[in-house]
Design a protein around this ligand. Sequence first.
Ligand code: ADP
Length: 380
Amino acid sequence: MNGVDHDGYAVLVLAARKLDEKLALGVLEGARFRARACGTVEALERGIERGAGLVLLAEEALDAKGIDSLVSVVSHQPPWSDIPFVVLTSGGGATGHSQRRSQMLSKLGHVTLLERPIRIATLIASVRAGLSSRGRQYEVRNQLTELVRQREELGRSNAALEQFAYAAAHDLREPLRNVSLYVQLLSERCGDQLNGQADRFIKEVIDGTDRMQTLVEDLLGYTRVLHNPEEGEPVADANVVLDQVLESMRSTLERAGAEIIRRPLPVARVFPPHLYQVLQNLISNAVKYRSECTPVVEVEAIPDQKLAHFIVRDNGIGIASDFHDRIFKVFKRLHNRSIPGTGMGLAICQRIVSHYGGHIWVESEVGKGAEFHFTLPNGA
Ligand code: ADP
């Protein structure tokens, strides 16, 4: 019963007559329950708001107004809470009046009706069962609290990590620029004093710093991709975004002789520049990792009511199944420098898609092309 305060298991009692109240308290205390008389509906409501395990009430202690007011208090309890009510009803056959009252009482949610005359053992068993169900509700509450705490902690540590990556990448830029600049100056101004081997070394240094500059810029791009959100609603017509991507890549596509096959795409709940970045990365990879044959890139969507489910398919070199997860990680590449890249493109795609609650994955085999899938919330 971790994390439950003293009142969490209190039984609140509401009876119409003092004598009934006293009797009920006597029975409950005798069975070692913590019982508290409320006297009025208002006091009962305050007791529920403060926290209680169960409510034991006599049907005649509540009129229609009292039930409504109680229903309103119960409905404002947190979502995990479903406080049990044990209601002592009048005996005899069901009348229209008693049926109406039972219907109204059922609005309270978790209600057990006990018809009088009641056996004490039945009352005690019902209260015990109600309190035990209340205990399970507290466990759910504790788990929810823990989940929220963990999520907040994760959010904080992600933000700190992102801040660190951003600061590191940002601060690396300047010394890097200096190294690059002075090595170039060395080559230009002192070239005649250096031999062929020194020239080769200088070229290596310049290549290395160029590469590092690209890595640093891509890392900055990764950390900043979700910054500066646009104003307004995130909605993008993927057909329009695809037009823009293809236009911006026109010369690359022409040079590669790529054939683009496009089918109608949905509207997604995403800021257009984010969708642009995902489609552009995937299409540019589809061309970059082409095989011997003419690159054919298909962009389509699977109809789905809740999700905008996109597919970018190519007939390129494909990816072995061992690497299907790894390629989405920061700086992970399957190729050497013969094909340019930093291994950041798919990590950026994943960051964007996850930000909107979607998923991205690849289906592929070596030599059989690749099919990248990603989902975003449907914007229609
Ligand atoms: P980059 O292209 O800069 O290396 P990405 O993150 O975009 O970085 O891709 C990671 C790796 O995944 C690539 O290096 C490549 O090996 C593999 N890859 C990505 N897209 C494809 C594709 N369409 N076909 C085959 N391999 C791919």
